[in-house]
Ligand binder design. Sequence first.
Ligand code: PLP
Length: 386
Amino acid sequence: MEKFIPYGRHFIDGDDIKAVVDVLRSDFITQGPKIKEFEEALADYCGAKYAVCFNSGTSALHAAYFALGLQEGDEFITTPISFVATANAGLYLGARPVFCDIEEDTGNIKSDLIEEKISPRTKLISVVHYAGHPVDVQKVREVADRCGLKVVEDACHALGALYKGEKIGSCKYSDATVFSFHPVKHITTIEGGAVLTNGENVYKKLLMFRNHGITKSPEDMLSASHGSWYYEMQFLGYNYRFSDVQAALGLSQLKKLPFFVEKRREIASLYNEAFRNSPYFYIPVEKDYATSSYHIYVIRLKDKFVERKREIFERLRAWRLGVQVHYIPIYLHPYYQSLGYHRGLCPVAEDFYERAITLPLFPSMKKEEISYVVKTVHEVFNEFAV
Ligand SMILES: *Cc1c(COP(=O)(O)O)cnc(C)c1O
């Protein structure tokens, strides 16, 4: 195996390219009919009423938090084991993230610990379905209902995953669910994201937030119309718009999603089989309420090997495995340290970070690549056994 095998990779074929080229040759390359079509297909797939697309998963998170009323001075509870966007999106609104520790096996927020983090300022709980394994979100909903809070699912890892047999994105237990269509995620629109919701008012706010806080719907106007050209800006939104070209790619990718998820689960189960009895590390778990869509495959080093993670990682890289680490606990980044968060805040998350290594996993992986990963992982760890 000569080539570097990345941890994740997009899958684009001739149908995708044709869909994009067709739109490039059409009357609309942005703000045309494809956006709505993709949004409806996505809402349909997930079993939610509404979907609104954005130009990134991050802007989708920003919009979701805004639409649910997060504002200056509020707090929101979230996990430190995520991409920084989950917390940053709340900072954009002047709210403070309160980090809650995680479960050591799934890497997901530990729902039993959420309640003690709630203060009079808490407005919402934002959970992350880490690696594609759903959070026990019904439990989170129960806490939220008791305390009058909103629930957001950052499902950027979990398109195609099931929770208690239902699709992530149905928003059965949440007020909004957010996806990303970055090329390493389950489907790609190059850059892009979406918010799903069942709330009509949330939906309207999302649409306006995407376009400067502007509405063109006569029934929503605050002032009398000046004429048929009239539109109103009612709050400060952004240009977070999605394009028809991206939507066309999304529609074409969405058709392949069942295949993508199946492939990811197949590779995960090959890895599970190969590494089940590893004396060196733990393999991912799958709880009885969850069907993971395996955005990433994360192994966790056993005690004796934690100290040597850096060497092991570099060795795997030297053998051209594009291993990664997901994630540095968000509050350990210098910017968050400057906001007053301290090491030791979430000990399980910090320990998880010390152990976690992400192995390559993506739908277009070839048989030889999968067996090369298995063989190389075995060999490298055996070197470290003595
Ligand atoms: C990818 C990702 C995001 C951000 O998505 P972008 O499309 O890159 O802005 C947010 N949260 C999580 C958990 C992600 O994995």
